[in-house]
Design a protein around this ligand. Sequence first.
Ligand code: PA5
Length: 430
Amino acid sequence: MKIDVKYSKADAPAQNEIKEVQEKSIEALKTLRAGNGAGNDFLGWVNLPAEITEEEIRRIELTAERLKKKSEVFVVAGIGGSYLGARMVIEALKHNFDTLLERKNPTIIYAGNTMNEDYLADLIDVLDKKDYSLAVISKSGTTTETAVTFRILRNHITKKYGKKEAAERIVAITDKEKGVLKSLADKEGYDTFVIPDNVGGRYSVLTPVGLIPIAVAGFDIRQLIAGAKLQREESLFNDSAESDAIKYVTARNILYNKGKTIELLVNYQPNLVFLSEWWKQLYGESEGKENKGLFPASVSNTTDLHSMGQYIQEGRRLMFETVLHIEQTGRRLPIPEQEIDDDKLNYLKDFSLTQINHKAEEGTRLAHLEGDVSQITLSTEKIDVQTIGRLIYFFELCCGVSGYVLNVNPFDQPGVENYKKKMFSLLGKK
Ligand code: PA5
């Protein structure tokens, strides 16, 4: 992985500005490592990749194998940090059109992240016809979207298979003792996995929250953890200004200090859309508090160059871009050369689609720099399960460190409670 920063003319910082933010970023990393900053009771994720035991990995794998055998469909019921991590990894690694192909692993379907009645009713139509199992994932065990969805699905699966078999098709992933989900799971005899007390939802992808769905989808959780572990070794203990993590934290905070209010995560491949969704939740919930923080947004190019591209080039100068540059794609698809150049595309005969995509990326970078949009580029060789593990740890670490630079607690989310209180009062909940 490599971070490269190009400031636009308008944003170019002086040497002393860079140095000041670099020093703050290094101090913030040391605070995180020492565990004496705000929210330090939620730092369990820092050592997860190094501390997860063989016993836990094996139990996750065995459970996933058992569920795979029974299921054409696997429903993941969870919201926010209780589903975005798993979805990011699975979407990044799966075949883009897997639901239309013969497959050996269950199709993963996400629920419990919306209260839209049509969505769940449509899902029930599918579950009537398919063999399925499900994971209910909620750290608090009380989140309304997930709890209501689970009540409906629990009734459905019990009617379909009977109580005993239904219990064997349900996995509960929740807190070790608090919340109604834990007591319900114990009463019904569901397989239960624990989300550690000291790991918050949006930092929980490397716990059973992410690992169970990822394993059921057929991906190698050992390689995912190995990638995160490598990144931990590279970034957690590196206090140099040349560390990629320090470079990223420094650049985004310099741009924030310059008055930028939006960080746009830019990808050039549709299987990374959920990487952006996960990243947005991670940074939005961690930094957006006390009237501070960059607003995390995203575009998926070149698709969005034909929708948001105009605004980015010429609209209000609010944003900078963090571009994910992926050097190689997994597949090759030659553009056929034609004897009669009737569509005038023979000039592309020496390029692969990936090379053309890279030229679009380069052209966009130049155009946006001209339009005063500064660019942080995060380059990586390819997207595979290890790289995704690296990206998870990299972004989590930088998020915690950045939160400390901003002087907020990056591990709480007090603002999320407000809508819940208002909704409960409207619903008459006691
Ligand atoms: O990051 C967080 O803490 C939140 O996004 C939670 O993951 C989300 O609100 C779901 O909470 P729970 O797992 O308690 O149902």
